[in-house]
Design a protein around this ligand. Structure first.
Ligand SMILES: Cc1ncc(COP(=O)(O)O)c(C=O)c1O
Length: 391
């Protein structure tokens, strides 16, 4: 089906209220996601929470199938977790580290992940090392290859960082990880829903994602993918009676599928909504929407660059829908505030979110304008003229 921008916007109620360039924060939900999520909560209120879960079992289970289709894995390799951070944590904190073990990461690593590296390094004596970027500002595959040895216990990188258009060459990293037999954890929080993701093609063993960003799902949803061959070797940092079965007084058995990383209680309405969001993304066609997102972002960068005092900061060979820039003499927070007065949503990226990267580039704060496929050229024009009037 050809991409129908009119229809997509009609199905996005938020489009009528705001010019939304904060899709890397949280996208505007489409109507079918809203209907499914609200409908589920109403059902809970009408017949009871446990009873609603029973009645909607098939739809709840469908979300696993939808995610499996989206990222090209099997449904038993998917765990649904309330956000990308906890999904990532459940994977990372399952890996045993010993003194001298090495964790390799990227310069663009997200703060929450890096804080976890530091905590585990302090507790276990493992060391964390960020692989330098190449001349394009993406992780250097050459440098990664060079530092691999038998002490590397994990490669964990961010696919698309929170504060920039960079798309790290995840599949190239996957080739290195596979050749060396090293587990590979990919933070795909900002890329899932934005571009086609195939865990086989990328070669990652673990992948974390969130629902509210490019997937357009409800907040408080996310998931973890765990490759089958690794699943039973990973001991989750927390277990409950859903993740494991208490079979005898002093004995429990952990589930064999990825749901060993879940908890019994969960956001059922969110789970339903996420399933519908994934279906919606698949219906639009990830190839089609990814091309459109890249084109819109390219147009925005091209329109912003010549404006007086404006510097566009995005790096990488492939650049995605996240556009970051600064304006001489005006704080990013001030720009965000002024845009918001005109019903234009943008965000800021701060030093502490990707400290290694921001320090290396001598940056403290940037405006982040992140576009989605439901945005338009007209919106880009309005965004830029509004900005122009400020500078
Ligand atoms: C690269 C990256 N990883 C992880 C996260 C955390 O995701 P969540 O807020 O769903 O836990 C974010 C959020 O902005 C992010 O940008």
């Amino acid at each position: 089906m050809p991409f129908d921008i009119q229809r997509v916007r009609q199905e996005t109620p938020g489009c009528h209220n705001v010019l939304h360039f904060n899709n890397a924060g949280a996208s505007l939900m489409p109507q079918p996601v809203l209907d499914a999520t609200i409908g589920y909560i109403q059902l809970e209120a009408q017949i009871g929470g446990y009873e609603a879960a029973g009645q909607m079992r098939d739809k709840l289970e469908h979300t696993y199938d939808a995610i499996a289709t989206l990222i090209h894995c099997s449904r038993d390799e998917v765990a649904m977790i309330e956000n990308a951070t906890r999904a990532w944590d459940m994977a990372f904190y399952s890996i045993p580290f010993s003194p001298g073990d090495r964790i390799l990461t990227s310069m663009a690593e997200y703060a929450s992940n890096y804080i976890a590296f530091l905590q585990v390094a302090q507790k276990t004596g493992a060391v964390v090392e960020a692989i330098p970027n190449d001349q394009y500002g993406q992780i250097s595959i050459e440098q990664l290859r060079q530092v691999i040895d038998e002490r590397v216990k994990l490669i964990a990188i961010t696919h698309v960082p929170t504060g920039g258009g960079l798309v790290n060459p995840a599949a190239e990293v996957g080739k290195v990880a596979r050749a060396a037999g090293i587990p590979y954890l990919l933070d795909a929080c900002q890329s899932v829903g934005q571009m086609p993701i195939d865990v086989e093609q990328i070669g990652c063993d673990l992948l974390s994602a969130t629902g509210r960003k490019y997937l357009r799902g409800p907040r408080g949803t996310g998931f973890l993918y765990v490759r089958r061959s690794l699943l039973e070797r990973l001991d989750p940092p927390f277990l409950d009676l859903h993740a494991a079965e208490w079979v005898a007084r002093d004995h429990y058995v952990v589930r064999s599928d990825a749901r060993r990383f879940e908890t019994w209680e969960t956001n059922y309405a969110g789970k339903i909504g996420l399933g519908v969001a994934v279906d919606y993304a698949l219906q639009q066609g990830l190839d089609v929407t990814w091309r459109r997102i890249k084109n819109l972002a390219y147009t925005l960068r091209t329109r912003l660059s010549p404006l007086p005092g404006v510097i566009v900061h995005d790096r990488g060979v492939t650049q995605c829908g996240i556009v970051t820039f600064s304006v001489e003499g005006i704080e990013p927070a001030e720009i965000k505030r002024k845009l918001s007065e005109q019903a234009i949503n943008a965000w800021t990226s701060e030093r502490g979110s990707t400290l290694l990267d921001m320090e290396a580039r001598g940056l403290t704060s940037l405006v982040r304008a992140s576009v989605h496929y439901y945005n338009t050229e007209d919106e880009i024009e309005r965004f830029c003229t509004t900005l122009e009037a400020m500078i």
